[in-house]
Design a protein around this ligand. Sequence first.
Ligand code: ARG
Length: 583
Amino acid sequence: MASVPALSASIQQRVSAALAAAVPSAADADPLLRRSDRADFQANGVLGLAKRNKANPRELAAEVVAHLPEDDVLAGVEVSGPGFLNLTVSDAAILRTLAARAEDDRLGVPTAADPRRMIIEYSQPNVAKEMHVGHLRSTVIGDALVRIMEFRGETVIRRNHVGDWGTQFGMLVQYLIEHPHELDHESGETGGAAMSRLDRLYKASRAVFDSDAEFKERARRRVVDLQAGDPETTELWQKIVDESKIYFNAVYDRLDVLLTDDDLVGESAYNDDLPVLAQELEDSGVAVRSNGALCVFFDDVVGPDGQPVPLIVRKADGGFGYAATDLAAIRNRVGVLKADTLLYLVDSRQALHFKMVFETARRAGWLPEGAAHHLPFGTVLGKDGKPFKTRSGETVRLMDLLAEAVDRARAVVEEKSSGLGAEEVGERSVQVGIGAVKYADLSTSRARDYVFDLDRMVSLNGDTSVYLQYAYARIRSILRRAEGRTPKAHPQLELAPAERALGLHLDELAATLDGVAETYEPHKLASYLYGLASAYTTFYDQCPVLKAPTPEMVENRLFLCDLTARTLNRGMGLLGIRTPEQL
Ligand code: ARG
């Protein structure tokens, strides 16, 4: 494991040092280095510095140039316009840096200097209910963040905070007591069958609940039994949870995400902590009684009528709700699990809930300032621009949706690849179809809504996973055909513009991942990979690889191919997307 400094970082360092040498009082001035079309990089920082020092910017720029070290990293420096620096990196420096990356299993990406201990909470479906596209987003984005953070060397604890608690379980359990065979089934349950059974149970119990006042009362008493840990009630509740787990795990398996039963810590897990927590909040004065309920108030949270809207810790009837559970989870995650960073992948409609929960936990002394982040995401829309629903207006069943994506992908795979066996076609179709769904989600910036459009998602053109998978497979095929000629960097060679562009892009993986980690936005990695595949396509169009003029050039281009393939493979892997060897 050897981390390799990026060329942009080396140049940044050189220009900073030259700036400091030219203007000693500006030792920490930012050279404002950017990638540029005119040269490889442009530094715009001289301008502002000249302004502050009332100096002539062009003269100052010339002075900075004079202080740049004479080595073979920079091939050219020019002062342009009112005092920009255009910097060109030498071909040799590009190839040497890339060769060092190729030596390293991590492609020279460093691990975090000061690793954090983070909880990433994601997926969070509700027991006895179908997962929907909102859970899809949380699951896919959360899983990519887990992979990226772990690759950076952070300690990550996954949490799947499933909704397995609350009044509806009184209804479900009571119904099961009165209809004992409702959940019986043969062994070898599939996820879909488990979900259908739960769905029936839910609908049937709901119907009785809504029509039969006496059942409603029995269901209400059943909630009390459940919260008190009554054995018969708990056993039936567990049966419902277990049945749901079969379904969740089938979805996770299909989605190819990391979540396992060990990550599943539902709302119920915090039940015993709730009375203690409420007492603490009341004793410390963070929460106060209001109309019988235990509440926390905020100056800046008021309803449409101007009245303050509190966070309700305990309802007037003594029951605890969603918010109390979240407070208990924070206490556990910081106090027991010793996490320093808490991330919550939950849709943006819950922003106010998290704002109030975090602020309450902070006031109570359970949560350090700035340690918790709600990472909201937008809504998945149908082609009509409205929240994605079936034609009859119901929420779309996630399993059906994924099955359809795999079906569409099958058509693409069959068209693209001749001579694949049925089993391979099946496997590829899953990798392409699931990859398409995940990528469409991950390549959209988190906060934005996006349209669920399978036609676009499985297209070979444009910013899709299929395009990236295809680029990867094409490179692998070239490498297979290279027969005896091995990828090797030859730093003495002169590079064509498309080779330079590809090389400089390859060098930016670590900086991209830093950006993702800073804002928790995996779409930055997706767009980096799309840029990489595009740079590769240009290179491939302009630079023959196996038919390059000299053996050194063949090896050097194979080297660029190989490093591109490895970078694509690594990057897609960090998004949780497979890269088949052949498409
Ligand atoms: N189960 C909830 C839902 O489906 C999401 C839970 C979000 N996480 C949390 N800690 N409150 O809407």
